[in-house]
Design a protein around this ligand. Sequence first.
Ligand code: GTP
Length: 312
Amino acid sequence: MSNHHEYIGNKLFEFVDINQEGYAIFDANDFLVYCNKAYGQIMGFERNEVIGKTFSQILAMSFEAEKGVKTEHKDVGSFLARVSQQWRSSQYRLFEVETHDGRWFLLSELANETGDVLIQTKQITEQKNLEKKLLSSRDKLRRLALTDELTHVANRRCFVESVEAELSRCQRLRKNVAYMILDLDYFKSVNDTYGHQAGDEVLKHVASLVKETLRDYDIFGRIGGEEFAVFLGQTEAKEALEIAERIRSIIENNPLSHQGVRIQLSASIGISLAYAMNCSYVEMYNQADKALYQAKNEGRNRCVLYESYCGG
Ligand SMILES: Nc1nc2c(ncn2[C@@H]2O[C@H](COP(=O)(O)OP(=O)(O)OP(=O)(O)O)[C@@H](O)[C@H]2O)c(=O)[nH]1
């Protein structure tokens, strides 16, 4: 090596050694032959505690001492198995790690032809925290955009989108489906008699009663003021009627106690059924709405099935 190269080599080494970012070199047998102070700190140790150890030994030390790289794994065996799957899996690799002290690092792993591996780190804690904040506000906005603020069930937009997706799935599978609109009876008089806040409590109460009655895969939402809707995928007439009747009776039998007052409730339910092959959301809605109108006209607190299959 020329003097000049040696000079540059020494300078580079000096800078690497004092760098705030971590540098480490593992040899072809995975022994740590060099690391700077910063790398030792990231792993949770003084560098003289880790130099001469293998990559797996260092990770095991970190795991046992709960220092350095953090992991979701409960035992050291599965942690090491997971890491060694990725270690040296390509000539150049980038990945993110979190450390026990709450910092995040972007690590690069570069292997040369003789099998030595150079690790470099870059601290990305700030970017990571910002990313977490952005993701959490995105999730919050998404939730707000899809959830009814009062009852916390799906809002109209979310309900319609979910139903349309499920309707086309049922169409592909040629399954029958049912749609029901549930409208509280004389709800205006609840507001007029007990106040708007009591009315709100009624809506929350009814939403939770219906939710408890339904299966996990049924779609339920608040589609208007005192109007809720349920979509049952892969459901025959008999079953749809049974579910509607169960909902009606649960509402009738569970009055709301609000500030010492017992508020008796009932709901009317209009149901439409479809050979999903031929029916749109709007057609199903319109037919259920007609059945609901009939239920109201016939005295309320009842379930009415639209007389013919939509698209049948
Ligand atoms: N408290 C409360 N009331 C609401 C809300 N949204 C709509 N409403 C009320 O719901 C009532 C709906 O009344 P109507 O459509 O006349 O129906 P109803 O009194 O339930 O009578 P029927 O449906 O014919 O049995 C209106 O008084 C609205 O103000 C809400 O978010 N909170």
